[in-house]
Design a protein around this ligand. Structure first.
Ligand SMILES: Nc1ncnc2c1ncn2[C@@H]1O[C@H](COP(=O)(O)OP(=O)(O)OP(=O)(O)O)[C@@H](O)[C@H]1O
Ligand SMILES: [Mg+2]
Length: 250
């Protein structure tokens, strides 16, 4: 099963969610591949403090090679990247769209692949969506986010029909929620109106512990296991697993 974190809006929590989901799926006994398709390489940095060996770089896929997964934890492998990936990013080109899916189809045996994508609907994001089964959309609660979501869901639908792809939006995760944020509550109501069927009930609170966790490369579920953010990620994970089971059953 392949899950893509996506939102063309920057800084909404795609990488943070990819990191936490990958570690939670692995802790649950699934073999997991974390795949970093963003030249910012933030997901790679969550798992690795040192330089990524060239053999494990997803950039190889765009150079006619095959990256090797690097074990970064129990049941957890990484195909990471670095800024060298950016030379393969051509926003309008479609030459490499099939590369990610073809490589995974050819021999990947992980139970779960978690893909992180850049904040743009460029070649890497479209390639990941074409390779994926489910898209998870982290979003913040702002009017801009609201507008962007409509575009994003339309883009996913367009890819589905133009390439006969299997990707489906699994749900929208509201991230960075501050308590007693009245503006957010207003936007929340609008979101619920428009995307109620896609919204996950669990939201992720804004938490300094999440920022600390990311900067230390330790999931908040381990760094501050009893904290609010950790419990939100665990709750969200349960919701995601339940929705995946439901989706695969129909
Ligand atoms: N719930 C949260 N509470 C506090 N900080 C958070 C939370 N979620 C994410 N952050 C912080 O917000 C910043 C942006 O998060 P992240 O990198 O996951 O977003 P992104 O969508 O992947 O960004 P980009 O589009 O640039 O790839 C990071 O510094 C991260 O640590
Ligand atoms: Mg990111």
């Amino acid at each position: 099963m392949r899950i893509v974190m996506t939102n063309q809006k920057g800084g909404v929590g795609k990488t943070t969610l990819a990191f936490h989901l990958a570690t939670l799926f692995a802790a649950d006994g699934n073999s997991v591949l974390a795949l970093d398709l963003d030249p910012q390489a933030n997901l790679t940095s969550c798992f690795m403090r040192s330089d990524l060996p060239p053999d494990n770089n997803v950039a190889l896929l765009f150079e006619g090679g095959c990256p090797r997964p690097l074990t970064v934890g129990d049941h957890l492998d990484l195909v990471g990247t670095d800024s060298s990936l950016s030379k393969h990013e051509d926003h309008d080109a479609s030459d490499h769209l099939e590369v990610i899916g073809s490589w995974l189809d050819a021999g990947d045996t992980h139970d779960v692949v978690v893909m992180d994508t850049p904040p743009a609907m460029g070649q890497f994001t479209r390639g990941a969506l074409l390779a994926g089964d489910f898209a998870i959309i982290p979003a913040d609660v702002s009017w801009f986010a609201l507008k962007g979501l409509a575009d994003l869901i339309a883009s996913i639908e367009k890819l589905r029909s133009s390439h006969n792809a299997g990707i489906r939006p699994l749900g929208i995760v509201l991230n960075n929620i501050q308590e007693r944020q009245s503006f957010a509550q207003e936007t929340w109501a609008k979101l619920d109106d428009l995307y109620g069927h896609l919204l996950f009930k669990t939201t992720i609170p804004e938490s300094v512990r999440v920022r600390e966790a990311i900067s230390q490369g330790i999931p908040v579920t381990r760094l501050d296991a009893r904290g609010k953010a950790a419990s939100a990620y665990r709750q969200l994970y349960k919701e995601i697993v339940a929705r995946l089971e439901q989706s695969r059953g129909c």
